[in-house]
Design a protein around this ligand. Sequence first.
Ligand code: TRP
Length: 467
Amino acid sequence: MAARGAFNSRLGFILAAAGSAVGLGNIWSFPFKVGEGGGAAFLFVYLIFCFLICYPVLVTEIAIGRKTQRNPVGAFKSLGFRRWSIIGYLGLASGVLILSFYNVVAAWSFGYVVELIQGNFGIGKNFGTFITDWVTVGLYGCIFMGATALIVSRGISGGIERAAKILMPTLFLIILGLLIYALTLPGAMDGVKFYLVPDFSKITGDVIYSALGQAFFSLSLGMGALITYGSYVSKDQNIVSAGAMITLADVGIAFIAGFLMFPLVFSQNLGTDGGPGLIFETLPGAFEAIGPVVGVVIGTLFFLLLSFAALTSTVSLLEVPTSYVVDEHGVSRKKAVWSIATVIFIIGIPSLLSAGTVEWLTNFIHLPGNFNAETGEPAFTSFMDFVGIIANDTFLPVGGFLIAVFAAWVWRKENLNEELAQGDEAIRGSLLQKYIDFAISYICPLMLGAIAVVTILDRFLGIKLIG
Ligand code: TRP
């Protein structure tokens, strides 16, 4: 087997994994989900899920990767459980599907950088038209996938780690600058209030489902991305504390993104319930109201932030199938990267066309139980949203469920604990380790299993369990 590459430093690993976690999920979907889920009430549930349910899965994934030094398919085989490598194959499928549509949204963000730098604030109102322009968006998508492939093709330390060491600090500086600016806007405090004062009556089954799904996706769990990154970590590192830092970085950036969004939105008297359009439709209006020069700077920086966040995430999504092909089939990294990126780009074309360009892809499928709330007529799901429901809402929780069951009951806790204590003996027998054990054995399988069951019953069979 060829040398697999490894992270050069602990910081490099933490930044790369945090880069995977921090993405469109934090800056695009987190704020609008907070907006829909009653502000602080959603935030509260989200934080609990991140630390109590997701963090144990995160360290378990890293432990499996570090123990085996393999990709998600090879990892289970090398532990001696061939049949469980189905988790790895499921992860590969999730990675390919997620990257195929994630790249389309990343292309929108990149396109917005190009538009805003030219002062085109009208792009917000024209969002619906912009995304149907498949030639332009397709070109941006090509560039974005190309940049992703370029980074991944340079390997772990020379590509992924190096990019993370540049992009993550830059991202942090941009978001801090924007935060300070947003908090000085008139009316900013109303936004902060909305964000931080909880209305617990808004916590419904739906909000809980959405918060856990969001937390899990945001931390890049359930498809072996962290098994893969973990496989490049050396044995002398404390992965329990590294995992805590990754979780904190991810939660911290999402938290700041909300802190930035609501003051901006409130200061311009715009609604918080923009849904997925909150960033692409509402925000350009807020930047325009700021004024010509500063508005261009702030707007451009914002979408640059979004694009950087997306880039370190697409890198991790591409690294998963790449590591599989390199480890298990002995293909060179360069060849693997460019061919996989091309295939995934092609798989993403229907998603690209399903934002209004092609009618049957836009109204792709009527899922049982999905009706227009006002008219009662059947509602249709686009191809892109459908892929999201399959990969994000179904495959990831199923993957997470299986990873937890595997680690606790098949590989067994003693082995997991042994790996967690590698690099820091103080972990052995600690309260934190006992909690991880307990969560992985009971809480995580239960909650992730519940998410998967709800998705299948609710989305695919139209049996309403949550309202
Ligand atoms: N976590 C990223 C985000 O919040 C997306 C992402 C990257 C991801 N790699 C992943 C999600 C692996 C699930 C699995 O945008």
